[in-house]
Design a protein around this ligand. Structure first.
Ligand code: ATP
Ligand code: MG
Ligand code: FE
Length: 350
């Protein structure tokens, strides 16, 4: 069965074609094509995603991306057996663009429409990346621009939230600190690059909740600590400008503080649940230092780690291939299904 998957939750317009077994048969779908049109260039000068600009760019990009995904997979619209789209969480104006395209195609082609959760998709990317291995049940860690959350995943569609950030997400912290350091947007890759030449122990930045039993994260104090470190003792106010020589050490020390907390809390979730597998998703999982430290920790305690390649960590449509699991379970959507911008609170299911 051929699935068209669409992603427009934030600032990347994505389309993908996946091939999976015809329900009721089950199996990990294969990615035939996956294309992403990033809006980074449009949002760069604002230092963050501008929702209205994002919506408009999705409108112009969604059909070209679908065409390109079909072309690269060597299939036509008539070959499709289902259409999937991420309907939550995300920017409401961005979400409706993908959903409207998906509804129109599902109606016109008379095939099932399947609404998927973007965060479940980020975690399912692990299974797509390692099709021959069993990823679930596992501890799931989503570290992205909007989320920093740990889940107890009994299966791809059964993830219970164990805890998350009380303020900024890890990716958001990378973006904000990059901006403080005068680096480009998005901040994650820029901070990672600057950190390579720096000393991770140059600054003693805070590690929130490190010795707390709760599975919670907080990154806003860390961001403020970086700000104070840049300002130094004599600059109460005024523009903040780090000396160029200090940037690598600031970046490396910040990155190390984030990684320390992410690794420690993930370890705590693994201990608490007793699970022996770990799946990681979201843009921050593209960070090489984080991947290395997490893998070392998991190895030490005998846990198998699944982290997709960077292209499947940041936003993409292929991860909406989780729709084929939903289809096999009979979980299709009606044409009046709506988007949901909202976040999920601790204790609630995704
Ligand atoms: P969400 O998935 O929560 O809705 P999102 O879709 O915006 O948010 P992603 O696209 O998954 O998030 O990830 C983007 C984030 O990942 C950005 O904050 C970016 O700075 C961060 N990021 C990307 N690459 C790296 C990297 N190499 N190191 C650290 N952070 C990174
Ligand atoms: Mg993005
Ligand atoms: Fe995302």
């Amino acid at each position: 069965l051929l699935l068209l998957a669409i992603e427009t939750t934030c600032d990347e317009t994505g389309a993908a074609i996946l091939e999976g077994p015809k329900p009721p048969a089950e199996g990990v779908p294969r990615i035939l094509s996956s294309v992403v049109s990033s809006q980074i260039g449009l949002h760069k000068r604002f230092g963050g995603v501008v929702p209205e600009i994002a919506s408009r760019a999705h409108v112009t990009q969604v059909l070209p991306m679908i065409d390109e995904a079909l072309r690269r997979a060597g299939v036509g619209l008539a070959d499709l057996g289902a259409v999937a789209v991420a309907t939550r969480p995300g920017l409401v104006g961005a979400l409706v663009v993908g959903l409207t395209a998906a509804k129109a195609l599902a109606l016109a082609l008379d095939v099932p429409l399947i609404a998927v959760d973007h965060l479940e998709g980020h975690l399912y990317a692990c299974q797509l990346a390692f099709p021959d291995r069993q990823v679930f049940p596992c501890v799931g860690l989503v570290v992205s621009g909007g989320h920093t959350s740990l889940y107890h995943c009994r299966g791809p569609l059964d993830c219970e939230l164990l805890g998350g950030t009380v303020d900024d997400a890890a990716g958001e912290a990378f973006d904000k600190v990059a901006s403080l350091l005068g680096l480009g947007y998005p901040g994650g890759p820029e901070v990672e690059r600057a950190a390579k030449a720096g000393n991770p122990r140059a600054y003693a930045f805070p590690r929130s909740f490190l010795h707390d039993d709760r599975l919670a994260f907080s990154f806003s104090g860390l961001k403020t600590a970086v700000l104070y470190a840049i300002r130094g003792p004599n600059q109460e106010r005024g523009p903040v400008q780090p000396s160029p020589a200090a940037i690598p050490d600031l970046a490396a020390s910040f990155q190390e503080a984030v990684v320390d907390v992410l690794v420690a809390k993930t370890r705590q979730a693994l201990k608490q649940t007793g699970l022996k597998r770990l799946g990681v998703g979201g843009g921050v999982a593209a960070n090489a230092r984080f991947r290395q430290r997490l893998a070392e920790m998991a190895d030490r305690i005998g846990v198998q780690t699944f982290i997709p390649p960077a292209s499947l960590c940041t936003d993409n449509a292929a991860m909406a291939g989780i729709a084929l699991i939903k289809l096999a379970a009979g979980q299709t959507s009606d044409l009046d299904v709506d988007v949901a911008a909202g976040l999920v609170r601790p204790g609630k299911k995704t």
